[in-house]
Design a protein around this ligand. Sequence first.
Ligand code: NI
Length: 168
Amino acid sequence: MLLPILCYPDPKLHKVAKPVATVDERVHLLVTNMIETMYDAKGIGLAATQVDVHERVIVIDVSEERDEPLVLINPELVWTSPSTHLNEEGCLSVPGIYDGVERFDAVHVRALDLTGQPRTIEADELLAVCIQHEMDHLMGKVFVEYLSPLKRNRIKKKMLKAQREDAQ
Ligand code: NI
């Protein structure tokens, strides 16, 4: 089932997600729907926050063939590289906007998989960036909040205008 994606500046995007208590059927269904929604929207990552579910669940697929979904439940960064780089980012909740955000080059993240087992993922390049971007969503943070207030306000106005036009 496709889930509606919240669009910036919806205040619900700023809610802080709670940890998942049990990886049960309900969570499996959420993950299935999130993966379907991410592929349909041609995104490489989606956080539960973006579909108005405020629990720590992320789905990611940075593979070329779009057939390697990665599910992170209750993700925690356990290591970050000392080096960072500026990365051009976009977001399904801020359609059409791309801008640079400083991110760690590599991260290690500990999370539960769909069976509820903890595992540690060592990520670099695009996957590392994507994990950091999606984990921000779980904290109620959208990437445009790293930009200058001037840029952010311009984006906010542009989004609101597009949403008004869509509603007509
Ligand atoms: Ni995003």
